[in-house]
Write a protein that binds this ligand. Structure first.
Ligand code: GLY
Length: 427
């Protein structure tokens, strides 16, 4: 079958790489794709915000399935419009994508259906929001309701920080995403991500991962879209995975069905592992980036078959196998990211790095200029490796990073530090 993948980042390169291995695939198209994706797919310069144009392309090229990578087209209703046009598309409808598109929606759902999460209130005015902060005390978490590219969350340590976060968000620092804000209790614990494939009725647990959102070593500096990730997350014991399924994922699917908006797609739960057990921090409605990169390195089964299983509501007859090895991905970004940065610097040494055993380089913000691969964004490369342990995967990934010749790039040198320390403790 012909498949169209929507997106252009490292996540989509990893998904394209996995999809391209399926014996069921005829031609893989990607819109708009990137030079890395172009190695395994035919890239097409479609405007993915123009849903009618995407549908017309699907009809013209006999596309049997559209796989949507990023959240924005899901929240904008691409799956709804393709489905209305008679084209099969994988991912939630716009109504179900509110689980990521509106934090207030998710928190309200959790409250009404008893899904464990931090205590919260939502506000559209500064005065009651500030009064709530004073009643609760600090530290406290202030979140923009809508999509803010991973940046609309402030952990305020003082009342002054909380007041300015409230003022800034309501004044439009994150655009319309901050017209409503969620203020929630700060939770102590270790963060982990849990992924499940959902068919509207049930969920098949996928894998666990942990990412590093801050720009610099030691988890310091500004928040980014993610500077690296590894899978599995050692903190997620079998018991915790079971508890997450029983107390968070399955009740959410039940709640969404009860609301008349069943969820089909990948449900990505950002969790806080507290002393009382897992608590939902937030939902995303798609694979993580760079979590997909490490998950695809560990996936043993056919991704296309799993996606079709979800669309056909066949997940109760399916299972999914993962390699026992760990995978770890280091994001190489352009100097200056997540602030201002220059585009157009040349990247060399990729062939040498990619030829190393158990290494894959997924491309994100890259472009081809006169036959040379250049940086074309903030996060540019995802240098990803497998190993028997997180420490071994980390060593391989950094050996590959060191083979890349890109003076204008930088990366964190400590991706996986928590898991590596845990492995050393238990060795
Ligand atoms: N790695 C965070 C995200 O995909 O949202």
């Amino acid at each position: 079958m012909n498949v169209l993948l929507i997106g252009s980042g490292g996540r989509e390169h990893a998904l394209a790489w996995a999809l391209s291995a399926s014996p069921m695939l005829a031609t893989l198209f990607a819109a708009p794709g990137n030079p890395g994706i172009a190695e395994v797919a035919t890239c097409v310069p479609l405007d993915v915000a123009d849903h009618a144009a995407v549908a017309a392309f699907c009809k013209e090229r006999d596309i049997a399935l559209v796989v949507v990578g990023p959240e924005a087209p899901l929240v904008a209703g691409l799956v709804d419009d393709l489905t209305d046009a008679g084209i099969r598309a994988f991912g939630p409808t716009a109504a179900a994508a509110q689980l990521e598109g509106s934090k207030a929606f998710t928190k309200d759902l959790c409250k009404r259906f008893g899904i464990p999460t931090a205590a919260f209130e939502t506000f559209r005015e500064a005065a009651p929001a500030k009064a709530y902060v004073r009643a609760q005390g600090t530290p406290i978490v202030i979140k923009a309701d809508g999509l803010a590219a991973g940046k609309g969350v402030i952990i305020a340590q003082t009342l002054e920080e909380a007041d300015s976060a409230i003022d800034d968000m309501l004044a439009g620092a994150f655009g319309p995403a901050g017209a409503e804000i969620v203020i929630e209790a700060f939770m102590q614990g270790e963060e982990a991500s849990f992924f499940a494939l959902c068919d509207g009725r049930m969920a098949l647990p996928l894998a666990t991962a942990q990412d590093h959102k801050q720009a610099f070593d030691g988890d310091t500096g500004p928040n980014t879209g993610g500077m690296g990730a590894y899978s599995p997350a050692p903190v997620m014991s079998e018991d915790l995975c079971r508890q997450t399924m029983d107390e968070i994922i399955t009740p959410t699917l039940k709640a969404m069905r009860a609301e008349g908006i069943p969820f089909t797609g990948v449900l990505y739960a950002g969790l806080m592992i507290t002393e009382e057990g897992p608590r939902l921090v937030e939902y995303n409605v798609r694979f993580g980036d760079p979590e997909a990169q490490v998950m695809m390195m560990r996936l043993q089964d056919d991704l296309l078959l799993l996606i079709l299983g979800a669309l056909d509501q066949m997940l109760d007859t399916m299972s999914v196998r993962w390699r026992d090895e760990a995978a770890l991905s280091v994001v190489m970004a352009t100097r200056g990211y997540p602030g201002a940065y220059e585009k157009g610097s040349a990247i060399g040494g990729l062939e040498t790095a990619a030829a190393m055993d158990d290494v894959e380089i997924f491309q994100a913000g890259t472009a081809m200029q006169d036959g040379t691969l250049v940086a074309n964004g903030g996060r540019v490369l995802n240098v990803t490796a497998r190993g028997e342990t997180v420490a071994k995967a980390q060593a391989r990934a950094y050996a590959a990073v060191d083979a890349i010749d890109w003076p204008e790039g930088f990366c964190r040198r400590d991706i996986g530090w928590r898991a590596v320390a845990r492995e050393a403790e238990t060795a």
